[in-house]
Write a protein that binds this ligand. Structure first.
Ligand SMILES: NC(=O)c1ccc[n+]([C@@H]2O[C@H](COP(=O)([O-])OP(=O)(O)OC[C@H]3O[C@@H](n4cnc5c(N)ncnc54)[C@H](OP(=O)(O)O)[C@@H]3O)[C@@H](O)[C@H]2O)c1
Length: 357
């Protein structure tokens, strides 16, 4: 039971993910938003002036008057923890600087995801990977860096986790239909995407193929994550939907499995945080829909406050074992909500203590 509250900041607070974090933190029971930071373009302005608010209505009043600062530890002095939603190129140095200054960092960016000393965590699947921190952080005075996976990987990993536990996953082929918000504020507009699909998203296929084996990997007693031996092939496409990544998956299991058996394990899945009462955890991590034309992004992306992954069309596959589709909200389950859930898990595990530096 977490009784403490923590002062938190957001790096990249004006971006697509940063805005979701601002909204989600408004009534958070454990985290108090005390610092907002973005680029030099925004620094010195009030949040309300700096942000191009994309979530309908006005920026929340509790944040609108706060001054946006530079992304440097001295600008956010007093924060125990920062949620980072910066581009990877910027994030590498900035996140390292916060960690060195003794501030814990939970990152949406890819900068440190594949670093062997950094946990890449989905709380329902691999909370044990936080064990890496005991080795890396002990006695150094540094803040922990914990990352959440790429937004397409999170939905895929959530759906494959129960299948892997029950039947063993050997390989998966995934085709993504990714929403516009996944490209951030500088991505293509709805107008530019009308009557079009972009059959390439830079670096995305590689991220899916690399991150999934790390997430499903085993933390060995020497403190090394041994990646799972799962082969993944990804085909990534950008489409004109606003939010919510739809993915179609063919999966090769260790043995023949009927679609009904798979549906049963999806429905039973609760994951490794069942019973912890983390504020951002959905009531059910996976919802299975029976209608043949669901899930659909516009209708189903907000299931479980955007934190439930919705699976549908579970059926036999003539080439692998099974086929299905899944939908996950890329900026909630895939980013802001995922980061918050990681922070909540760290709090529940006693990993957000002051570093003493
Ligand atoms: N969008 C998604 O669905 C999603 C999902 C999972 C992970 N991610 C990852 O999350 C991160 C943020 O994505 P996003 O979509 O929110 O991006 P975004 O909308 O482009 O926002 C980028 C943020 O970074 C700030 N920034 C840019 N250059 C900076 C600099 N040199 N120094 C300090 N701050 C700087 C921007 O501030 P200004 O407004 O001042 O320019 C803005 O706040 C990326 O690493 C992305 O890969 C995104």
């Amino acid at each position: 039971m977490v009784t403490e509250t923590y002062s938190v900041g957001i790096l990249g607070a004006t971006g697509i993910v940063g805005q979701r974090l601002v909204r989600r933190l408004q009534h958070h029971p454990w985290f108090r938003l005390e610092g907002l930071a973005a680029s030099e373009r925004s620094a010195g302005k009030s949040y309300g002036e700096a942000v191009t608010w994309t979530l309908g209505g006005e920026p929340p009043s509790y944040a609108a008057g706060m001054e946006v600062r530079r992304c440097a530890p001295d600008s956010l002095a007093g924060c125990d923890l920062v949620f980072s939603s910066l581009d990877a190129a910027v994030a590498r140095d900035v996140e390292a600087a916060f960690s060195l200054a003794g501030v814990h960092v939970i990152s949406n960016s890819s900068a440190y995801r594949m670093d062997p000393a950094v946990p890449l965590v989905i709380p329902e699947i691999n909370r044990s990977h936080l064990g890496l921190l005991e080795k890396a952080g002990a006695g150094t005075g540094k803040g922990h860096i914990v990352t959440n996976p790429n937004c397409s990987v999170i939905g895929l990993a959530m759906a494959l986790a129960p299948l892997h536990q029950a039947f063993g996953v050997q390989a998966a082929v995934v085709t993504t239909l990714q929403a516009l918000s996944g490209a951030g504020l500088s991505g293509p507009t709805r107008g530019e995407m009308e009557d079009n699909v972009l059959p390439h998203i830079k670096g995305e296929e590689e991220k899916i193929q690399q991150e999934l084996p790390k997430i499903f990997g085993r933390l060995d007693p020497a403190g090394v994550i041994e990646p799972a031996r799962i082969r993944v092939a990804a085909h990534c496409n950008r489409i004109g939907t606003v939010d919510g990544h739809l993915e179609t998956v063919s999966v090769l299991l260790d043995r023949p499995v009927a679609p009904e058996q798979a549906v049963q394990v999806f429905r039973r899945f609760r994951g490794e945080i069942d019973g912890l009462d983390l504020p951002s955890a959905p009531a059910i991590p996976i919802k299975v829909m029976d209608q043949p034309d669901r899930p659909q992004p516009r209708l189903d992306r907000d299931t479980g406050d955007g934190m439930t992954v919705v699976v549908g069309r579970v059926r036999e596959c003539p080439v692998t074992t099974l086929r299905f589709c899944l939908l996950s909200h890329n900026t909630e389950r895939g980013a802001a909500g995922a980061a918050l859930l990681n922070g909540e898990l760290m709090a529940a595990c006693g990993l957000l203590g002051r570093t003493g530096s």
